[in-house]
Design a protein around this ligand. Structure first.
Ligand SMILES: Nc1nc2c(c(=O)[nH]1)N[C@H]1C(S)=C(S)[C@@H](COP(=O)(O)OP(=O)(O)OC[C@H]3O[C@@H](n4cnc5c(=O)[nH]c(N)nc54)[C@H](O)[C@@H]3O)O[C@H]1N2
Ligand SMILES: Nc1nc2c(c(=O)[nH]1)N[C@H]1C(S)=C(S)[C@@H](COP(=O)(O)OP(=O)(O)OC[C@H]3O[C@@H](n4cnc5c(=O)[nH]c(N)nc54)[C@H](O)[C@@H]3O)O[C@H]1N2
Ligand code: SF4
Ligand SMILES: [Mo]
Length: 725
């Protein structure tokens, strides 16, 4: 039986889904039940996904046995011995013939810190491959690249969420927390009360709608033009002499060059490029400036989300947002700041411990000789053994099964068939592999293509740690036994490491893996070395948890302002050689796949409240499916009229990559020139059949948020569409 409860067990843990990591209690009696817990992040609230999260534990098709593709092409249940022996033998043979790099690894930002750490170590030491990357490349890579370059450190929010409540203005760029993190909205209440919420989104999203009670301002630019908007904002700040000169002089470098670079971005030009009226731009800039400490305000924040980051200009756009924040003197001050809202459950920790192509634990560079020597010491190997850097996710997927590219792939925690850009091509690449191994809790679209499927434990069934969007390290606690033969990935990697005769030791207990992770992170940017599972428990029990960097063991009996560790890392300076933040000038370019004759509409993509990511989990929860049963495209009534499309009609949306077939949803929340599709479904209605896999040169982020498209009504008589007609 899936999810057999341990009698009367009860565990204080956090939600399995997003980076807000709302606090919950799981109680296992006759079934598994969820209660919300009070914690500073969620204030006792959960969204519908959190409330219904046990639905994934009891999913009827939960994976409970290893599966191996038989000669007839069917996936058949086998023992763990058979599955693991097959993987190890195949890998050994392939590597003998083609070299170590013939095997690649794809990880996930939903994995616990312990698993993310062990996966990076497994790739480098047990497989000896440089090809490891993960789905965070689709998520936080632009924000991470921008923050690392400007501040020397990438912690999504370098301040506690509760700090937002003290501000007079918040500029929210391309983020829709009213749907993607509903309990977060409570932190916006005070600023809304002061009329200071400014939302930049081409759609009238649920978050944009929050501004309509007179509490703020909604700017709706053309998709993919945010960089121009931000250059225009900085231009206005300079023109209207709203810069915090004292801060710029004391705490930044490179600002004068940046100031000179925005000279041509006068508001009328911004209006032309972005479609945002001059008066709205002025009003946004003035509200923000009035809130800044230099002008006597209570404080201001600039926050970015995937709407501006998921672009082939993502790093430049984040940089432009940071430049505005520096101009206003916000980062590194209590009550003001810049931050990026991390998305996945462990999106923050998942990008710190070594599952990135160029990274070693502690957010160290795999190309830094000192870092290699230190981590090799912890692992008990020669630094020479650690491979060099690999390639970012989109490039990795592109190379699979090509001549000279990897011929085997191990996937742990991602459903790329649905979530990667230009997904049809990704599917082709996966089919071209000699060995595809997918570890998952359910038969995701990607698992169904695999040669070997490994059933793994999920949140309610495991211990570990997660680092939330504020860099707060939290405990995940086990409430029930895993179903059938599902096993932890820590055990799987230990078994494979032993079969592959890997060096080093491979603990399987999460607390032991954490101890090793902490040691490996010591002295790195993301330093967890002061912590243990027990100390995290104690700091959570004291009310706040603990923020990295945390080089020294915290004392849970004293509760400092904001929490243990380092709630606000930039107060005394930025961790760069000069101690100053770096302003970097950036230039705007039109979207890579811009509107044109034949493809006159912008297509943008994003999320719905009721589904999570590729939908592998939430499409298995009945109450969520009832609320959001199928994919759709949202379009404006004027556009619908032009194409003779009515609500509920079946339509074809076509881009340079292909065509998707979905129902039309007609709504004035859209710009008339812009289509919106959620990406939570696979098959013919999948948004990622359409998206562009061109990437940002700095971060490797693909262009999920803008490409050129056309739309047409289709007849339900098309035979291949009968399934959705
Ligand atoms: N319900 C739900 N919640 C989630 C998730 C989920 O799948 N479902 N996923 C989690 C994860 S991993 C992440 S990364 C976060 C993401 O959280 P968000 O960043 O809030 O999510 P998105 O819906 O991808 O994008 C936000 C907004 O960007 C807008 N947008 C689109 N194009 C543009 C543009 O060109 N410019 C601007 N300014 N805005 C644009 C969209 O209309 C959308 O309203 O959510 C997390 N929470
Ligand atoms: N068009 C478009 N595409 C997008 C985006 C967009 O805005 N627009 N957003 C992008 C973003 S921000 C993200 S984060 C990605 C996310 O997209 P994916 O990487 O596909 O994320 P999930 O759907 O969460 O997939 C996680 C998989 O891991 C499984 N799983 C859960 N826990 C575990 C575990 O502990 N171990 C293992 N092995 N498996 C586990 C789940 O069942 C699921 O199948 O999508 C990206 N794709
Ligand atoms: S907001 Fe995120 S963490 Fe909170 S209940 Fe919803 S999905 Fe879970
Ligand atoms: Mo994400």
């Amino acid at each position: 039986m899936p999810g057999t409860p341990r009698p009367a067990a009860s565990a204080a843990t956090h939600c399995p889904y997003c980076a807000l990591q709302c606090a919950m209690r799981l109680t296992a009696a006759t079934g598994l039940t969820v209660q919300a817990r009070d914690f500073p992040t969620n204030g006792g609230g959960l969204c519908q996904k959190g409330w219904s999260s046990t639905g994934v534990v009891t999913a009827p098709d939960r994976l409970t046995r290893p599966l191996l593709r038989g000669n007839g092409g069917e996936l058949v249940p086998v023992s763990w011995e058979v599955a693991l022996d097959h993987i190890a033998a195949t890998i050994r043979e392939m590597q003998r013939e083609h070299g170590k790099d013939t095997v690649a690894v794809f990880g996930g930002g939903g994995l616990t810190n312990e698993k993310a750490y062990q996966l990076g170590k497994f790739a480098r030491l047990a497989l000896g491959t440089r090809f490891v990357d993960y789905n965070g490349r689709f998520c936080m890579s632009s924000a991470a690249a921008g923050a690392n370059r400007a501040f020397g450190l990438d912690r999504g929010l370098p301040f506690p969420l509760a700090d937002l409540g003290g501000a007079d203005a918040i500029l929210l760029l391309g983020s829709n927390p009213a749907e993607t993190m509903p309990p977060f909205v409570r932190h916006l209440a005070p600023v809304r009360g002061r009329g200071g919420l400014i939302v930049v989104d081409p759609r009238r999203s649920a978050t944009a709608a929050l501004t309509e009670d007179g509490s703020g301002l909604h700017l709706a630019p053309r998709p993919g033009t945010d960089l121009a908007l931000l250059l225009g904002m900085l231009h206005l700040l300079l023109a209207e002499r709203l810069i915090d000169r004292a801060y710029v002089e004391a705490r930044t470098e490179g600002f004068e060059e940046v100031a000179a670079s925005v000279g041509l971005w006068w508001p009328e030009r911004v209006e032309q490029v972005c479609g945002v009226p001059v008066i709205d731009l002025q009003s946004a800039v003035r509200r923000l400036a009035a809130a800044a400490p230099a002008h006597g305000g209570r404080g201001a924040y600039i926050l970015t989300g995937r709407g501006v980051e998921q672009s082939s200009q993502g790093t430049a756009t984040v940089t432009a947002a940071i430049n505005c924040a520096l101009a206003l003197g916000l980062p590194g001050r209590t009550g003001s700041g810049y931050g990026a809202l991390t998305g996945q459950g462990n999106g923050q920790g998942g990008r710190e411990h070594g599952q990135k192509a160029d990274q070693l634990p502690g957010y160290r560079s795999i190309e830094d000789p000192a870092a290699r020597a230190y981590v090799a010491g912890v692992w008990g190997v020669d630094p020479e053994v650690i491979p060099g850097k690999g390639v970012p996710a989109v490039e990795l997927l592109r190379r699979l099964g090509t001549s000279g590219g990897p011929r085997a792939l191990l996937v742990h925690g991602s459903n790329v068939v649905v979530s990667a850009p230009n997904a049809e091509r990704v599917t082709e690449r996966l089919r071209a592999l000699d060995l595809l191994v997918v570890a998952d809790v359910v038969p995701s679209e990607t698992a169904l293509l695999a040669d070997v499927v490994l059933p793994v434990t999920q949140w309610a069934e495991e211990d570990g740690t997660m680092t939330n969007l504020e860099g707060r390290i939290l405990r995940r606690r086990k409430a029930i036994e895993p179903p059938g033969e599902a096993r932890s990935e820590l055990w799987i990697w230990a078994e494979l490491a032993s079969r592959l005769r890997a060096p080093s030791t491979w603990p399987t207990e999460p607390a032991a893996v954490f101890a090793e992770l902490a040691e490996a992170s010591h002295g790195g940017v993301a330093d967890y070395s002061g912590l243990t599972h027990d100390l995290i428990d104690a700091t959570e029990a004291a009310g706040h948890g603990c923020y990295w960097p945390v080089p020294d063991a915290p004392d849970p009996s004293a509760v400092p302002d904001g929490g243990h560790g380092t709630p606000r890392p930039f107060l005394d300076g930025f961790p760069r050689p000069s101690g100053r933040a770096r302003a970097v000038s950036v230039t705007y370019a039109e979207p890579a796949d811009n509107v044109r004759a034949g493809a006159p509409l912008y297509l943008t993509t994003g999320r719905l409240l009721h589904h999570y990511q590729s939908g592998a989990q939430t499409r298995r929860v009945a109450e969520l499916v009832a609320s959001a049963p199928e994919p759709f495209v949202a379009l404006h009534p004027l556009l619908a009229d032009v194409h003779d499309i009515a609500e509920g009609d079946l339509v074809a949306v076509t881009t340079g990559r292909g065509t998707a077939y979905v129902r039309a949803r007609v709504t004035a929340d859209q710009r008339p020139d812009t289509l919106f599709m959620p990406f939570h479904w696979g098959g013919l209605g999948s948004a990622n059949r359409l998206t562009n896999d061109r990437t940002d040169p700095v971060s490797g982020m693909p262009d999920f948020k803008v490409c050129a498209a056309s739309i047409a009504r289709v007849s339900a008589a098309v035979p291949e569409l009968e399934v959705i007609a």
